[in-house]
Design a protein around this ligand. Structure first.
Ligand code: NAD
Length: 427
């Protein structure tokens, strides 16, 4: 890619899928761009009495299969192109998971850590004040993303309910349990990653009990992927890693007997940073942050940030590696994707692999509609069913068309969206 603009990447990936599907020009033109975009200014009264203006966005990429769905990101470098890309990927993610939702994403240009609790609440309410006519359980359902939290979703849901004049919990998902949130949401993405790895192992005839994994990251996704790898699959985790904001560098943590993720959770802060001294005292070995990628393991799970498997780093992948499960969004560059494909490593693409989170968000809105809450076991059982059938649909497509799992995921997702548009008479 000449440019790292994320929306150009999302469009280039879509074009590749559209070519494989042989989509006609007018259908491509429809799907290459979001259907609707909202750009708005949010006035917020700061604690010192001054009024400060914030830039807000909401992009609704496509709602042929159901209401738009996707998080709201609070980030100082947020741009409309990032939001467009993320909204586009949400359309494919919901379609591949086969949940009746479309793609959306929102954002505010702000560093949330620079705001007081009261300022954050007023900014959240201000976002809803600008958007409430264009969102809702049957229109567009936002959720948390980078820089936003369940508490913020509770404020947003409250503001929406106040403006429409009735309690409407299904207008936002990712709410705290007790304020309309769903049990199982915390574990869902990481466990979903493990469900797709289990299905890949069945296909490749790998015994999960004899398998070893190396993970990058130790935030929400990586913690539960590591726990699930051991508790659901019976495998062993060789290492996890994290970024230390004070030292401005990352570390890989390994243990000769395998990583105990439940123990590490007790010495990890809310940002996913593991306490180095306590880990060393418990017998953990600390290496450079890049060490995870070269470990002699069966499964690599990048579950931290984007662009970690690149043309430079992917040659370090050990020859024992058979599966790469993309827990993170966009961890593999186009160049690395090609290297991995040529080496014959089975890659589970991000919008299939990490779809457990949005699936549980969907279950949260279903529970809100029913006004009845499911048990944690029921939620997680349903996530497993959805992830397994999504995986099977993509695997079948990959075998039938003799394409990679990433291309197959695009084929399945784009085809489902196009069919819904055709049935509704849009194209
Ligand atoms: P998080 O903020 O909870 O954790 C991120 C982790 O990555 C932290 O442990 C951090 O220390 C680590 N990290 C950051 N930079 C690193 C580096 N250079 N080297 C090693 N470790 C590094 O985030 P999360 O919610 O776990 O999300 C991780 C990824 O998964 C993101 O790409 C996110 O978009 C994606 N994702 C998350 C969810 C979800 O439900 N949380 C759903 C779908 C996709």
């Amino acid at each position: 890619m000449e440019s790292t603009n994320p929306f150009q990447l999302a469009q280039a990936q879509f074009d590749r899928g559209a070519d494989l599907l042989g989509l006609p020009e007018h259908v491509r033109a429809f799907l290459r761009w979001p259907m609707r975009e909202f750009h708005f200014r949010i006035p917020v009264r700061m604690d010192d009495g001054r009024l400060r203006m914030f830039q807000g966005f909401r992009v609704q990429h496509n709602d042929a299969r159901g209401p738009n769905k996707g998080g709201i990101r609070f980030h100082p470098n947020e741009t409309i192109d990032t939001v467009r890309a993320l909204a586009t990927w949400m359309t494919w993610k919901c379609a591949v998971a086969d949940i009746p939702l479309g793609g959306g994403k929102g954002g505010v240009v702000v560093n949330p850590a620079s705001l007081s609790v009261g300022e954050k609440e007023r900014l959240c309410r201000g976002w809803v004040g600008a958007m409430w006519r264009n969102i809702g359980p049957r229109t567009d359902v936002p959720a948390p993303d980078v820089g936003t939290t369940p508490q913020m979703m509770a404020w947003m849901m409250d503001e929406y309910s106040r403006l429409v004049g009735q309690y409407t919990p299904g207008a936002f998902t990712g709410k705290p349990v007790g304020a309309g949130g769903s049990l199982g949401r915390t574990e869902a993405t990481g466990f979903g990653v493990v469900h797709t790895v289990r299905e890949a192992m069945k296909h490749l005839r790998i015994n999960p009990r004899e398998s070893l994994a190396a993970l990058q990251g130790f935030g929400n996704v990586a913690q539960y992927a590591a726990i699930g790898f051991r508790e659901i699959l019976g495998g062993k985790v060789a290492c996890v890693s994290c970024y230390d904001a004070t030292e401005k560098r990352s570390y890989t943590f390994s243990h000769p007997e395998g990583v105990d993720a439940r123990f590490l959770q007790t010495i990890t802060d809310q940002y996913g940073t593991i306490d180095q001294a306590k880990a060393k005292a418990a017998g953990y070995l600390l290496e450079d942050g890049s060490a995870w990628i070269a470990k002699e393991v069966d499964v690599l799970i990048p579950a931290a940030i984007e662009e970690q498997l690149t043309a430079e780093t992917s040659p370090q992948i050990d020859k024992r590696v058979k599966i790469i499960a993309e827990g993170a969004n966009g961890p593999t560059t186009m160049e690395a994707d090609e290297i991995i494909r040529q080496r014959g490593i089975f890659l589970i693409p991000d919008f299939l692999c990490n779809g457990g989170g949005v699936t549980t968000s969907y279950f949260e809105s279903v529970q809100n509609d029913m006004n009845f809450h499911w048990s944690r076991e029921e939620v997680l059982e349903r996530v497993d069913q959805k992830m397994s059938s999504a995986f099977q649909a993509v695997l079948e497509m990959s075998l039938e068309r003799k394409v990679s799992m990433r291309d197959a995921a695009y084929l399945v997702a784009v085809d489902r969206v196009v069919k819904a548009m055709q049935m509704r008479g849009w194209v």
